[in-house]
Design a protein around this ligand. Structure first.
Ligand SMILES: *Cc1c(COP(=O)(O)O)cnc(C)c1O
Length: 403
């Protein structure tokens, strides 16, 4: 049960912050809508009927619980027991649908039937279009023109399921600009529209809300590990873009102080190259999309464009709770280059017959390259955030198999 949210004049209560991070840095007009969302979320989560409806959708539509697979050949290579939490087996192929199911049900509970979303590579857009089709909701997805060009198949999928895809031509024509445009739409149409954000980012209560909807990953995985091995894992490893699959698998382990939590950012062409997405390792605190967190910035404090081979990690910010997990020392953050992620991609495919998303491949590669950290009796739990089908065209174009 959740306590009733504390109402204060400032509209910023302590549960809006993670240490100093998070909060609401938004136009005044959005504050009442965020307040409404905050109390609607808390009352929904305290309502057994709502929670049961979410669980039922996750089971009958998404296919949960997702399996925990052992990985015998990878384990042999790493020299410890590796377990894979299979979010790649969800409907639509990644963890993102856990969140869109929860938020779409919340939108309907709030009486809102027009949905807005932003998307980068199109994965969150597809997950949103999917649940909107299922519930008969009106769906508008903002997407940068550059991303529309690079991810035409996902645009096709969204349209097929009845979503309207709005091209965004401002800035770098990518995720950051699409998010700004989605927020603009929400400010204008806040009375009848619900904004489904795709990661643990944005103004409060989004980071906490998305974390809660994604925590099903960690709750299942924790129980599956206990059932399978009789103990908790030595370490939990997940890739970090905005940070939702990582928060989802980390959160239920946070009070298990002996379990190491390791988030893997995208080092792109290398941390020293300036072309990466390592907000936590190379960013500084700053405000983007309504929240205070680590942010890639240039010398003038302007947002520095991110780079990663995987579109899902290509975001200059990161969820505020990760900023706090880093500063408080509860989680450790590391980074893996494009090149190394490709090796991780190939290794899991060859050793286990599981083709991971390029995002996930960062987490795989880090575990392989840090084999010396583990002893045989350890166990390492990796979140397989998604499947690699969406990346096959990009991989084939690179002539990957011929190298
Ligand atoms: C979007 C995406 C990510 C990155 O998003 P997070 O919010 O950091 O989880 C990771 N993996 C896959 C497969 C994705 O689609």
């Amino acid at each position: 049960m959740h306590a009733a949210p504390e109402k204060t004049m400032t509209a910023i209560s302590t549960h809006d912050r993670f240490g100093p991070f998070g909060g609401r840095y938004v136009p005044e007009t959005l504050i009442p809508a965020l307040d409404e969302l905050d109390s609607a979320f808390d009352s929904a989560m305290a309502d057994a009927e709502f929670v049961r409806t979410v669980d039922e959708m996750l089971s009958t539509y998404v296919g949960r619980p997702s399996p925990l697979s052992d990985a015998p050949r990878l384990s042999e290579q790493v020299g410890t027991s590796v377990f894979l939490k299979r979010e790649d087996l969800n409907h639509t192929g990644a963890h993102k649908i856990n969140n869109t199911v929860g938020q779409a049900l919340l939108a309907m509970r709030m009486g809102k039937r027009r949905i807005i979303a932003e998307t980068g590579a199109g994965q969150h857009g597809v997950a949103t279009a999917t649940v909107c089709a299922r519930f008969g909701l009106d769906c508008t997805v903002y997407m940068g023109e550059e991303d529309i060009r690079r991810q035409s198949l996902n645009v096709y999928r969204m349209k097929l399921m009845g979503a309207k895809v709005v091209p965004v031509s401002s800035g770098t024509k990518t995720l950051k600009d699409a998010t700004s445009e989605a927020i603009r739409d929400w400010v204008t149409n806040v009375n009848d529209s619900y904004y489904i954000i795709g990661s643990v980012v944005g103004p409060a209560p989004y980071p906490r809300m998305v974390r809660e909807f994604q925590s099903v990953i960690g709750r299942e995985a924790r129980e599956q590990m206990l059932n399978r091995t009789g103990k908790l894992p030595t370490a939990v490893v997940a890739c970090v873009g905005g940070g939702s699959n990582a928060m989802g698998i980390f959160h239920p382990f946070e009070d298990d102080r002996d379990v190491k939590l390791i988030g893997v950012e995208a080092a792109g062409h290398g941390l020293e190259s300036g072309e990466h997405s390592a907000s936590l390792l190379r960013g500084k605190p700053g405000v983007l999309h309504g929240t205070l967190s680590y942010l890639l910035q240039d010398g003038d404090g302007q947002v520095h464009p991110a780079h990663s081979i995987s579109a899902g990690l290509d975001y200059p910010g990161v969820g505020p709770e990760h900023a706090w997990l880093k500063d408080s020392g509860r989680a450790e953050y590391v980074a893996v280059t494009d090149e190394d992620a490709l090796r991780g991609f190939a290794t899991l495919s060859r050793l286990e017959g599981i083709i991971p998303a390029l995002e996930t491949s960062h987490a795989i590669a880090w575990v392989i390259d840090n084999a010396s950290r583990w002893i045989k009796s350890d166990s390492v739990l990796i979140c397989v955030s998604g499947r690699g089908d969406k990346d096959m065209a990009q991989i084939a174009e690179m002539g990957f198999l011929d190298r």
